[in-house]
Every structure is written in structure tokens, then in C-alpha cells.
Design a protein around this ligand. Sequence first.
Ligand SMILES: Cc1ncc(COP(=O)(O)O)c(C=O)c1O
Length: 393
Amino acid sequence: MLSERLKNITPSVTVGISSKVKDMKASGIDVIGLSIGEPDFNVPEKAKEYGKRSLDENKTKYDLVGGILELREEICKKLLKENKVNYTPDQIVLSSGAKNSITNVLLALTNPGDEVLLPLPYWVSYSEIIKVTNAVPVEIQTKKENNFKLQKEELLAAITDKTKLIVITNPSNPTGSVYTKEELEEIASVCLEKGIYIIADEIYEKITFTENFTSVAALNEEIKDITITINGFAKCAAMTGLRLGYTASNSEIANAMCSIQSHIVSHPSLTAQYIGLGALVECEDEMQHMVDTYKKRCELITNRLDKIENIGYVKPSGAFYIFVDLSKVKENYEYTDSFSIKFCEDFLNAEKVAVVPGKSFGIDEYIRISYACDEESFLEGVNRLERYISKFI
Ligand SMILES: Cc1ncc(COP(=O)(O)O)c(C=O)c1O
């Protein structure tokens, strides 16, 4: 009865774990939730004011499909100032979250059967959105010793005559790795030569702990033309539930996405757009404070993990996750199908700490810990992890 496209789609593991944590908390169990990629900050007050004012002024009618002009202009200013890329407002398409933006790109660019390259480990929803749109996700193995960053040779080996797109997540979820300009140049030059479009998911771009973040589209004009940058307000302005994302692309792709979006959602909620506008215009300091806090937390959690023997992790340069290597634990752990799924279930039941199995990002001997929460919680979570794994090493 249901559509064929549902056959291979699995519900989001991270959303599933957070629902379980909510249920456990509701039944009085004291759980430490380190699974969700959601900032523990509130939307900055000055940004909220923009939303409240827009409602008072009855800005609640249908508006432009690509998003309100003031916000698209402000995004162009931000892209020029921070990312050193020049776009015009007609090249920006606002949507109801980065997930929605990624879907728009895939609907606009792929035909059924087209291949979309996903370097492992990758954020859980890409493969499922790709399948929903009837394209084909193709995983590319990357190496631990390169911090799981894609290398030119690995990319070249994965390209076929069906390859249409590649997704580069920078900073990465789940590893927090950030590509250097040179690394991006190597990958993007191959894409240019082979005629492959690049989805550059830069939603964590503001949360970087290195000085020199490079946007893929900033590399050169030709690369900019084949790149669709994904960004949004969920992570940098703590606006997860307000659902606001955007793309920056060439005008042809932007027009195609607007055409699709006009029939599906028209445009994202106007109130969310005004709050996003407020965040960009008024809340630079608040957003910087969030980044500084994540940086401090990153130091705290990595210092603590350094004291635990027999585990490793990818040193993060951005986002708010640590990808922890439990391969030594795996050697002595009893499981049938997936080590990390079994480990995370057992760890949640035994120690009441929720983390995400690496399997959901395509790498089974790892788990992902989110430190988008107060330091007491994640440090206690790591204490319990140390206690739990000591039984298996
Ligand atoms: C890499 C990446 N892209 C996109 C998203 C989705 O963002 P949004 O909430 O704006 O849809 C997430 C959320 O976790 C993410 O980690």
C-alpha cells in the first residue's frame, strides 16, 4: 500500500534515542542525554523581539517563496563578510531548516538513479533524504589516520558515470573535523573536472575553534558555480525548533528550488524568518558567546577523555560532538549484529547515559557524544563511560 520509496528508509536514530530519553525522564529516571545535536542555549532575546514585532505588525500573510528580502540581503552581507563569497539575494533560498534545503537541492538536481557521494562517517539524514528523492547514496570509505577527512584518491575511486553530487560536511557531524583550504581545493578540483556538484553543508560553520574556516564556494568562481552551500539558524543561533535554513547557489539552481518549494511549502514561517533576521542583525555577541562556550566545553571533555586508557577520539576543531573510538572495547564485547548499537543500548540501560552509535554514521566501532549541554552533565556522562567500559578492557 505504501510507496516503494519507503522500503529502504530507516527512521532517524538520533531522534529515536532522544524520544527514548524523554520517555525515561517522564517516568522519573534520571538520564544524562548526550545524544542530541541541539544547543542548550535559548534563542537570543533580541532575535525574539524581531519575531514578536513582526506578529504585532501582522506580518503573517503569504510572502516571497525564496524568503523575505531583508533576510536574504542580510545573509548576502554575512556571506560576503564572513565567508568571502559574493551572492545576490535571488541566489539565496530560505527553507524550513537545513534538512528542507538539502531536500530542495536533491529534488532540483537529481534524476532517479543518480548517485550522491557520502564520505563516511556522515550525518544520519543524508542517505535517507537521498533515498526519499529516488537518488542513490554511495558511501566512500575514509581513513581514521586522516581524521576521516576525504582524500582525492578516495573520491576518484568512487566516481562513476552516474555520479551527480557529493556532500561535504564542514565542520563534520559526527567528528567535528574541519577541512583546510588546501584539502577542500583538492576535492573541489576533482568535482569541477568530473562535472560533479558539491553540497557544502556548512551549518556548523560558526562553531569552529580554528581561526581560518574556508567555505567551499569561496575557493574560486568556477567552484562556486557548482557548489550549493547549506546553512541555517539551528546550530549557530539555537533556533532548532523554529526551523530555518537556507541555500546559496547559482541563480539557475536557486530558481529551480524556488519553483519546487512554491508547490510544497511556499516559504518557511515568516515569524521564524524575522527571528533569523534579528539573530543576524543584532545577536553577533550572543552567538559568539555560544561558540566560546562550546570551545571551552570541547577542551574540558577532551582533557577528561585523555585520561581514559584504551579509547581514542577524533580531535574536534568545530561543531559540538566528539567521535569516540571504542575499538578496544569492541574486541571483548558481546553483540550479534552491530557493536555500537548494542553498546549504546546497554550503556543507556546500565548507566543511564544516552549517546549515539557510530553505526548510524556508518562507522561501527565509534560512539558520538554531544557536549551541547552543561559541563556537569557531560563530565558525569564521561565518568560513567569510563566505569562502564572498564568491565570490557
Ligand atoms: C550536518 C547537519 N546538517 C543539517 C542538519 C539539520 O539542520 P536543521 O535542523 O536546520 O534541519 C543537522 C542537524 O543535526 C546537521 O548535523
